[in-house]
Write a protein that binds this ligand. Structure first.
Ligand SMILES: NC(=O)c1ccc[n+]([C@@H]2O[C@H](COP(=O)([O-])OP(=O)(O)OC[C@H]3O[C@@H](n4cnc5c(N)ncnc54)[C@H](O)[C@@H]3O)[C@@H](O)[C@H]2O)c1
Length: 370
């Protein structure tokens, strides 16, 4: 009984916090951006977004009718004047920066675009925030791949060195360095003559959930194949990856923003949001579970040919988020896969995806927080 009351109290606090806030989201037309935009809309926040057109078709942005509940602006974060005037127009309290070129294989083919978007794009977002007096909190989404991967078995902590073997990982490591430099140089709480905003970066791994159609990601590749009644081609069946449900890291991001708002500088640093050890599983295990949840006829096969280097399993140590934000994943990997398959099943059955997506968010909120 006490636990149940605690959960409702937490949710009520969240709503009280968010319903007065103006939140500017970059990358709101993407997979994670659409989920967080819908969640913020449900929490009553005044959300606005700045991004390129949705990167895929179909997209969660269109199916979830994300633009109905926010002011959506289509623009490029590489265009500083456009970004600056969009942010100034909105006068946000909070900026959540998610826009990026997020694909490892695409980055090998397009390194210049990837560095430009992920590094200079982050510079531009922070520069725009620096010149927008209303902004009190900035949250920059990078990746678990920002760390120098030593190929060891231990989890990476927030104070481990940045690095990155490939262009995508390197761009996220650079993006972290940009955030740290801007925080120290322009947003320090010790300098009263400067704009004081609390800036944090967040590092999560492979997220899964409905509404992802990105190329070369296992879960969307598998579900696209199953919907077309063909086997999915898997590149590295034995590669172990950390998997987590999309709303798990997003819940951590929202919690962190609340803390940044209330306590400012004390939380303004890097944060890991990864799954538990038990949810680091081989690709083969994941694809077999997806096939089992989808139908008896779903199948997979190993893709032929040479594949670009992808870093080995990189584990995050999330003790800091657990201790200071009381955050931990709420869905096991098996549950996350079941929710994901349910989403794509709804899509295939022609369900109203805006309703189904919001239902998953409210169901998630009702899961025990402790
Ligand atoms: N999906 C994952 O598993 C995962 C894992 C770790 C980190 N991330 C990070 O999370 C963030 C969101 O990823 P996602 O999976 O939702 O990606 P996504 O491709 O679905 O969305 C990317 C968003 O960025 C926008 N964008 C890209 N280039 C832009 C530009 N030049 N100007 C303006 N907008 C631009 C796109 O329009 C889209 O809205 C990214 O920073 C990504 O690196 C994702």
């Amino acid at each position: 009984m006490a636990e149940w009351l605690g959960t409702l109290e937490d949710l009520a606090m969240n709503r009280m916090f968010w319903h007065t806030k103006k939140v500017f989201i970059t990358g709101h037309t993407g997979f994670k951006g659409s989920w967080i935009s819908l969640w913020l809309q449900l929490l009553g926040a005044q959300a606005s977004g700045f991004a390129l057109q949705p990167p895929t078709s179909p997209s969660l942005f269109d199916l979830g009718e994300v633009s109905r509940g926010m002011h959506s602006q289509i623009g490029d974060i590489r265009d500083l004047p456009a970004l600056q005037s969009a942010m100034k127009r909105e006068q946000p309290d909070i900026v959540i920066h998610m826009a990026a070129q997020p694909l490892v294989r695409y980055a090998y083919q397009n390194p210049v675009e990837t560095f430009d978007t992920n590094v200079m794009g982050t510079v531009h977002v922070l520069e725009a925030a620096r010149h927008c007096d209303s902004v009190r909190v900035v949250l920059c989404v990078t990746s678990d791949k920002c760390y120098e991967n030593r190929e060891w078995v231990w989890g990476y902590r927030e104070n481990d060195p940045m690095g990155g073997h490939d262009p995508y990982s390197g761009s996220k490591g650079c993006s972290e360095l940009v955030v740290a430099a801007y925080r120290r140089s322009f947003f320090s709480s010790e300098r009263q003559d400067r704009h004081t905003a609390a800036i944090a970066s967040v590092r999560a791994g492979n997220v899964i959930g409905g509404g992802d159609w990105a190329k070369d990601r296992l879960v969307p590749d598998a579900l696209k194949a199953f919907m077309e009644s063909r086997p999915v081609c898997v590149r590295n069946p034995h590669a172990v990856r950390p998997w987590q449900f999309v709303l798990d890291p997003l819940a951590g991001y929202l919690r962190l923003v609340e803390k940044l708002w209330d306590s400012g500088g004390a939380f303004a640093e890097g944060w890991n949001f990864g799954p538990g050890d038990e949810d680091a599983r081989p690709v083969q295990w994941v694809v077999e579970k997806l096939a089992e949840f989808w139908s008896e006829r779903a199948s997979w096969q190993v893709a032929e040919g040479q594949h670009a280097h992808e870093a080995h399993y990189l584990k995050l140590d999330c003790s800091k988020a657990r201790e200071h934000l009381q955050w931990k994943p709420r869905l096991s990997l098996t549950e996350a896969l079941a929710w994901t398959v349910a989403w794509y099943r709804g899509f295939q059955d022609g369900k109203k995806m805006a309703i189904l997506t919001k239902k998953q968010i409210t169901d998630y909120e009702m899961l025990d927080r402790t």
